[in-house]
Design a binder for this molecule. Structure first.
Ligand code: SAM
Length: 266
């Protein structure tokens, strides 16, 4: 048993450092490219939140932004620092629920499949709203529950339940939840665009091998389940390739953009 069993943040810091994430980051890169196009011109100071290895930070810096990249995982921050050492990117090992930046510090906050994993969405949004001035921009991506990644997460939860007290990241993929949370947190002009990444693999087993090698959550699930892991991965293969052929699925997600509203004195 590890020492962090009763500390969700410590568990998340360790979990997100597992596996060789770079190949999964490459597959997610089109979403970061899309997010980068939402930046204002000039982009000003930008926060890449839950930045992973910094795909979005690189793109924002390329558009002339001064970039801060924050991630909970020390391993991700280390990889991100190495990757961006020639660019104007400042890295921070930091929880999205507790951002150590001044009020109104950023012109834009972007998060590619990142902040959705924090267990308390209302705390993240309170922090994101605080570090933006009125008129500042938020843009993020979130897997939909009905898309392939959402379905896969649901299957995995049949083996490994969601930790008690943590919000389901899949809730971020429901349009009505997004509108409700962002309105409550002081955002306006909320736009939600469903889109998708095509996941293609030669076969179901090739797909699960990819996730076991490159996805921290699959890697952690395999370790936690031990000899029961094969049954979970067989169920995932069935989902991706029910007829036993190649995997051709859409990983559907929402692209969400919003503007920080004027303060109402609440
Ligand atoms: C699926 S990865 C996405 C990384 C990157 N944005 C990308 O598109 O490649 C999720 C990232 O969220 C980070 N993360 C999860 N919970 C977090 C939290 N509470 N605060 C900050 N980062 C967090 C993880 O460490 C991981 O790097």
């Amino acid at each position: 048993m590890t020492a962090d069993v009763n500390d969700p943040a410590a568990r998340a810091r360790r979990m997100w450092g597992l596996a060789d994430y770079s190949a999964l980051a490459d597959r997610l890169a089109p979403a970061s490219e899309q997010l980068a196009t939402t930046l204002p011109d000039p982009p000003g100071r930008v926060l890449d939140l839950a930045a992973g290895t910094g795909t979005l930070a690189v793109l924002a810096a390329g558009r002339g932004a001064t970039v801060d990249a924050a991630d909970l995982s020390p391993r991700m921050v280390e990889l991100g620092r190495d990757r961006t050492h020639r660019l104007a990117v400042a890295w921070h090992e930091m929880d999205a629920e507790d951002l150590a930046f001044d009020d109104g510090a950023f012109d834009a906050v972007l998060s590619s499949f990142g902040m959705i994993f924090a267990p308390r969405p209302e705390r993240v949004l309170e922090q994101v709203r605080r570090v933006l001035p009125p008129g500042g921009r938020l843009a993020f991506t979130a897997w939909t529950p009905a898309g392939f990644m959402g379905e896969m997460a649901l299957r995995m939860r049949e083996w490994l339940p969601q930790p008690a007290g943590a919000a389901d990241p899949g809730e971020w993929g429901r349009e009505e939840v997004v509108h409700g949370r962002l309105a409550e947190a002081g955002f306006t002009d909320v736009r939600v665009r469903p889109t998708s990444l095509p996941w293609h693999f030669d076969s179901g087993p090739a797909m699960t091998q990819f996730f076991r090698a490159h996805s921290p959550s699959h890697h952690a699930a395999a370790a936690a389940l031990g000899d029961r892991a094969d049954a979970m991965f067989a169920a995932i293969e069935q989902l991706g390739a029910p007829d036993g052929g190649p995997v051709r699925v859409d990983a559907e997600y929402l692209l969400v953009t919003a503007t920080a509203a004027e303060r109402t004195g609440r």
